[in-house]
Each structure stands twice: as structure tokens, then as C-alpha cells.
Design a protein around this ligand. Structure first.
Ligand SMILES: *Cc1c(COP(=O)(O)O)cnc(C)c1O
Length: 364
């Protein structure tokens, strides 16, 4: 059995107690199980700082991308047109989903190391009155850049557009006041900052907007409205639900609360990230992003030399207990280190000691 910790942004390192929840088989028809689903749905609203009637939540089988696809293809109707403000691979994935489903859309592609400009988004909205929706990724896990959710939400509101946010790698780890921002649809998944295991995604939605989505979906399995209509009755999922994952997620929510909620978890992640970046910098590594746009979730580092042997480095670090994440950029050689999940300062210290040994040639 492997014993390494995952410094990847999901799946990530989970607690033993979250994993232990999966040792029980549960019945999808039983009230006990259905009430777990309902409890999760309510708790997600509380985490998003929204009221229960104004907002609702839907759980969707599959990984995060299934949730994004369900939202985009169930929310943007034939008469709709979505502006995608993108600066990474997950933004591109949203565009690919739109292409597959034949959704009307426009793409504003910013550089991967820059946040989308609010002025440019405004310009798109001014020039094209047909735009009905704006979609953006909050933390672009491709690089670790944190996009300006507040500013774009404000513009969406000002212009009366529906705002769809992929907050996959930030929800639960960065406070997001969904209600105050007026975000209409927010998507995240079980295996990121809530620290559950992979198997479903979830959508927090403005109830009145979701109510308008009946009949829009291009796919039965990914029909967000239909999934909601079934689930809201009593917590029964439309099709087989990932029972073990759901139970683990409920436990992960309890543990998030015990930690002190999102604010406390955010502080832990921020401290992990600050320590990581400081220690890496001391060892001569350069971060890809400027500090002011860096999220507390994951950091991209440039290779320290053109001939840097990443597979060798990766294997050395893995054998000493930590799994890193390859880079996802084409123009520069990079690798990434996530600092979310059941990871503490002590882990970062140990990781950096291992990296230091490697860099000092103790691998030879
Ligand atoms: C993880 C992630 C996704 C979903 O990826 P899956 O592999 O489908 O879980 C989508 N967007 C962002 C920003 C992510 O970090």
C-alpha cells in the first residue's frame, strides 16, 4: 500500500475518519441515506452563505467536469449566449463543453498568468447585447491564479447577466459569499477543499434561475433541472448515487465545521501556501505567478534549470512520502505543488527538506 501524501489539488489527502465512512454499504432507498443527502444539501448552502429559499443545491454524479457540463448545458438555452472569460485549461474545458453542445458563446481568453480584465469584460457586454451569461473559473488550478470573483460578479449584476462560476478548487477553502455577490450558479466537487473523496459534483444555484431551466438540457443524465426536481423531494438521487462517497462527504463536512469552518480552513491553506512559497524561493525556485494573483490553493514553479530532470525529482520526492503535480503549461516547463487537503505546516516543512536534499545532490 502506498503511504504518500497527495500535494495535488484533488483527489487530495483525506483523513482516516473520512475514508472509514466508506466501509459501510448503504441503501439508496432508505430514509437514513436520503436524509444524509438532504443534510449535505442544506450544509452546502450554509457554506455558501446563502438563504435556503433563495438558493438551492443539487448533487450530480461524476467528477467536477460533469457538474460544469450539467450546469452549462442546462442553464444556457437556445436563445442564450455565454461569454467565457478564461485564463487556463479549466476555462478552456468550459469552452469545449459549449462547443460539444452547440451553445452560443464568445471567448475572452486572457494570458494564463493574468487575471481577466474587468474593463475588457465590460467592453464585450457593451458591444454585444445578445450576451445573457458570463462564466468564469474562480481559482484556475492550471496555474493557481485566483480570478477576481467579486469584480466580475459586480459587472454581471450591473448588466443583468447570469453569472456561472467554476469554483471547483476554491469552494470550502476560500470564503465565498455567494448570496452577497449574487452568483447565480456555482459549481464545485466532493474531492477538493471540502476534503471528501471523488465521485460527485455539486451546484449551488439561485432557485428562481434554476426554475427557469426546465427542458433546456441537452443530455438526460446531466439535466440539472431534472436532477434537482427529483432530489428536492426527499433526497433520493435520480439514478444510482455514489453512496460511499456521499457518506464520506458528510463526514468531511462535519470535519470542516470542527476545524472552524471555511475561514479557519482558508487560514490553514494560506499559511501552508505562504510557507511553501517562502521555502521554495529560499531554495532558488521561481514561482510562475506574481504574488498578488496567487491563490492559497496550488502553486506553479518553473523548472530550476532547462535540463531539470522532473521524473527523477518526482520519483525521489514520492519515495519520501509526497506526490507532486506536473505542470500544465505548454510554453514553459513547470511543476505544481498543491497545499490543500489534510496537509499542515509540518508536511510542508518535511516536503521542503526532501526537496532541499534532492537539490543538494543527495540523490546521487
Ligand atoms: C478539478 C477541477 C475541475 C474538474 O475536474 P475533474 O477532473 O472533472 O474533477 C474543474 N475546474 C477546476 C478549476 C478544477 O480545479
Amino acid at each position: 500500500m502506498n503511504t504518500y501524501k497527495l500535494l495535488t489539488p484533488g483527489p487530495l489527502t483525506t483523513t482516516e475518519t473520512v475514508k472509514a465512512e466508506m466501509l459501510v454499504d448503504r441503501c439508496t432507498w432508505d430514509d437514513d441515506y436520503k436524509s444524509v443527502t438532504q443534510k449535505i444539501r442544506r450544509e452546502l448552502l450554509a457554506l455558501g452563505a446563502v438563504k435556503e429559499d433563495a438558493y438551492t443545491s443539487v448533487l450530480m454524479q461524476g467528477s467536477g467536469s460533469f457538474g460544469v457540463e450539467a450546469a452549462l448545458t442546462s442553464v444556457i438555452g437556445k436563445d442564450g449566449k455565454c461569454l467565457f472569460a478564461i485564463n487556463g485549461e479549466y476555462g478552456r474545458r468550459m469552452v469545449t463543453i459549449a462547443q460539444y453542445a452547440g451553445l452560443n458563446h464568445l471567448v475572452y481568453a486572457a494570458a494564463f498568468d493574468e487575471i481577466p480584465s474587468v474593463a475588457v469584460i465590460k467592453d464585450y457586454l457593451e458591444k454585444d447585447g445578445d450576451i445573457t451569461h458570463i462564466a468564469m473559473v474562480h481559482c484556475e488550478t492550471t496555474t493557481g491564479i485566483l480570478n477576481p470573483l467579486d469584480d466580475v460578479a459586480a459587472i454581471a449584476k450591473q448588466y443583468g447577466k447570469i453569472f456561472i462560476v467554476d469554483a471547483m478548487s476554491s469552494f470550502g477553502g476560500i470564503p465565498i459569499n455567494i448570496g452577497a455577490l449574487g452568483v447565480d450558479f456555482l459549481i464545485s466537487s466532493a474531492n477538493k477543499c471540502i476534503q471528501g473523496v471523488p465521485g460527485f459534483s455539486f451546484i449551488i444555484a439561485r432557485t428562481d434561475e434554476l426554475e427557469k431551466c426546465r427542458g433546456i438540457a441537452r443530455s438526460l443524465s446531466l439535466d440539472l433541472y431534472d436532477q434537482w426536481a427529483a432530489m428536492r423531494k426527499d433526497g433520493k438521487w435520480r439514478f444510482t448515487s455514489p453512496t460511499h462517497v456521499v457518506a464520506a462527504f458528510a463526514k468531511a463536512l462535519d470535519e470542516l465545521e470542527a476545524e472552524g469552518g471555511i475561514r479557519a480552513r482558508y487560514e490553514r491553506y494560506k499559511a501552508n501556501n505562504a510557507l511553501l512559497r517562502k521555502k521554495m524561493k529560499d531554495m532558488g525556485f521561481t514561482a510562475y505567478l506574481e504574488e498578488k494573483v496567487q491563490s492559497p490553493i496550488i502553486t506553479t514553479f518553473l523548472f530550476p534549470a532547462p535540463d531539470f530532470n522532473f521524473p527523477g525529482f518526482y520519483g525521489y520526492v514520492k519515495n519520501r512520502g509526497f506526490v507532486l503535480y506536473p505542470g500544465k503549461l505548454t510554453e514553459v516547463d513547470t511543476f505544481r505543488v498543491g497545499n490543500i487537503g489534510e496537509i499542515y505546516q509540518d508536511d510542508i516543512e518535511k516536503l521542503c527538506a526532501v526537496i532541499k536534499d534532492y537539490m543538494e545532490g543527495k540523490n546521487k
